[in-house]
Design a protein around this ligand. Structure first.
Ligand code: 3PY
Ligand code: MG
Length: 264
């Protein structure tokens, strides 16, 4: 068969708006539910959620029949771990905490086969290559991989232009929580100085001709960030959706019991 195309990367290039969700439940069955929900992309989080290559694999398989793209966030910049995620079929990686161009350059090398990079070759063992069934996988793989760097520190902002200039970096995604912490506003990503820094970063990324993304749950702020140049946004996370719905359901029944004078 021919090389599977990375439609997320294609739409990213065309700046088509893509709406996504962070997925931290680390479970294939709930991933499959989310895959039916209508998001353009779902991020399997291996940075803060208890994921590893085996659990990411199960989630890639669960979502495969549905028209949604899966992104994978590794816990760090480890080239060996990145190789495992690419081999099991992740085509788009969102890599956290990229602070300078040297790190970005190393990540580009980690996702590419030689001579441009250092990704190890074993297509007969790789789900991504259909275990040897994808015609010339090794020749086309570099083209279909999409590398997104996360900018989420003062240092990352200071080095933004140099990071974006690295050939092979396809897009940058702003992490408001870590950025706020780095700016001295731990837990206050809505702080005006932080949102101003995010706006500026989104504009600067878009001006480089590469795609900009951000995590934002507030609809009016999401609209504003889109106007600043964001073309892919994460609008929430599965863990929060589940917990908020559960808390609201429990409390709505407690409230109605109290209103009707029921004694528990
Ligand atoms: C952050 O906010 O720090 C993230 O990594 C996700 O948005
Ligand atoms: Mg972060």
């Amino acid at each position: 068969m021919d090389m599977p195309k990375n439609s997320f990367k294609q739409r990213l290039r065309q700046r088509q708006m893509q709406v996504g969700l962070f997925v931290g439940l680390a479970n294939a069955y709930s991933m499959e539910i989310l895959a039916t929900a209508g998001f353009d992309w779902l991020l399997v989080d291996g940075e803060h959620a208890p994921n590893n290559p085996a659990s990411v694999l199960a989630q890639l398989q669960a979502a495969a029949p549905y028209p949604v793209q899966l992104l994978v966030r590794p816990v760090n910049h480890d080239a060996a771990l990145i190789k495992q995620y690419l081999d099991i079929g992740a085509q788009t990686l969102l890599v956290p905490m990229v602070d300078n161009a040297a790190q970005a350059q190393d990540l580009v090398r980690a996702v590419r086969y030689p001579p441009q990079g250092i990704r190890g070759v074993a297509t007969s063992l790789a789900r991504a290559a259909h275990w040897g069934g994808v015609k010339d996988y090794a020749m086309h793989a570099n083209d279909e991989i999409c590398l997104i760097v996360q900018i989420e520190s003062r240092q990352g902002l200071a080095n933004l232009d140099a990071i974006m200039a690295v050939d092979g970096v396809d897009a940058a995604f702003i992490g408001p929580a870590d950025l706020a912490a780095s700016m001295g506003y731990l837990g206050q990503s809505g702080q005006p100085e932080v949102t101003a820094a995010i706006e500026d970063a989104l504009r600067r990324i878009a001006a480089t001709g590469k795609a900009a993304g951000v995590f934002v749950t507030e609809p009016s702020l999401a609209k504003h960030y889109r106007e600043c140049g964001a073309s892919f946004i994460a609008v929430g996370g599965d863990t929060s959706l589940l917990r908020n719905a559960a808390v609201n359901l429990a409390s709505s029944f407690r409230d109605s019991e109290a209103e009707s004078g029921a004694v528990s």
